[in-house]
Design a protein around this ligand. Structure first.
Ligand SMILES: [Zn+2]
Length: 73
C-alpha cells in the first residue's frame, strides 16, 4: 500500500504552478488530476509523477486503466 500521507502531498506536476492539481486515487493504483485529467500510475507502490506518463494515459477512461499499471516507458 502507498502511504496515504504521501498521496495527500502529491500534486500534478503539469498543473501545480497554475492550479491546485489535486489528485484523486482511482482503482487503487492510479492518480487522476482533477484539473487536467492526466493519470499517473503507481508502480510497485511508487507514484510515477512524470508529465509524459500523465499525457500517455490522459485520454484513457478510468474504467480502462490497466491494473496493475505497466512500467513507465
Ligand atoms: Zn494536472
Amino acid at each position: 500500500m502507498v502511504n496515504q500521507e504521501l498521496l495527500e502531498l502529491l500534486r500534478c506536476p503539469a498543473c501545480v504552478k497554475t492550479s491546485p492539481g489535486m489528485l484523486e486515487q482511482v482503482r487503487e493504483v492510479w492518480l487522476v488530476c482533477t484539473d487536467c485529467g492526466r493519470k499517473y500510475p503507481i508502480v510497485e507502490d511508487i507514484p510515477v509523477m512524470l508529465i509524459s506518463e500523465g499525457d500517455r494515459w490522459k485520454s484513457t477512461p478510468n474504467a480502462d486503466l490497466p491494473v496493475p499499471p505497466p512500467r513507465p516507458q
